[in-house]
Design a protein around this ligand. Sequence first.
Ligand code: SF4
Ligand code: SF4
Length: 366
Amino acid sequence: MEMHKKLGFGLMRLPMKDGEVDIPQTCRMVDRFLEEGFNYFDTAHGYIQGKSEKAVKAALSSRYPRESYILTNKLSGGFWSRQEDIEPLLNSQLEACGVAYFDYYLMHALDKTSYRRYLENGAFSEVLRLKEKGKVRHMGISFHDTAEVLDMILTEQPEIEIVQIQFNYRDYEDPDVQSGKCLEVCRKHGKPVLVMEPVRGGSLVDLPEAAQQLLSARRGGSLASYALRYCASFEGIVMILSGMSSTEQMEDNIVTMKEDNPLTEDEMKAIGQVVEILRNQNQIPCTRCEYCTERCPKNIPIPQLFKAVNRKREFRNADITWSLNNAVKERGKPSDCISCGLCERVCPQHIEIRSLLREIAENYQL
Ligand code: SF4
Ligand code: SF4
């Protein structure tokens, strides 16, 4: 079945009421979505602790004929360990969703390490077998790692039919996410691309004032609309997923994505300026050369801590507690710093490392 239009309904952040998915409202959203000619839905076993799949049944599969929508589900790492576990897991997902097959079944959140695990435990051959049985129409992956790793996976597994990547204007050139390069790799292998995180977990609708003004000085439209239209401007991208949790968000996305509406050259230029503004938000100019950590007697992960702080400076609402705690898990903490100054002597960027570490120690009790 063909995908109609490029907006997909991501079912990971549905409207909630008293800790449960608000089914009547989800039904209304599903109705509106289909009514406007969209037909792509995306869920996973773990979304909303299993409640997303049940909402699929209540709001979609029990109310619409199976051939009127495309449904994607995922083989998520935490729910299986051996090849024999996969078919029972898939069966339970089909049952929870109330369908006989999934249009796409994606190996969930692959990176270099998890790919090896999926491969060694027979996930690829098993999903191909389930495809032959008709329980899965197409096999794909969702992916979080570098373009080089993606290239390796797509070379080793030519049966992969579709790839889901994190793609948005802020991450296009990001050295960790590598949205742009990952898209190139998919194009090279002739794989259609599904986009996740087009508004980067909501951070691209939380722009600094100057960036907001740049966009609103154009044709108007919400900040989310620019983020979605940006993704829709690239060849090879067939679907953009948006985790819609309210009717307002959905209506805004529908207006944006009803017609093909790529960014104009002028709007693309403005997006480039927005990215510059985001990058330069009072950022610590750390290049992650690691000269400092080679010297530090306390083994403090200085560049990793600065990376997290930069994220916070870029996006006010970012929660970096997990990243900071993870960075110091087996390393020294900012409060372990003895102020010897060895790091600052070798830092080519002349960063005042000690005072920044004091700040982090105070602000995050680390
Ligand atoms: S000043 Fe602190 S962070 Fe720098 S090298 Fe010494 S102990 Fe490590
Ligand atoms: S030496 Fe300076 S630039 Fe290099 S990683 Fe350390 S803080 Fe960053």
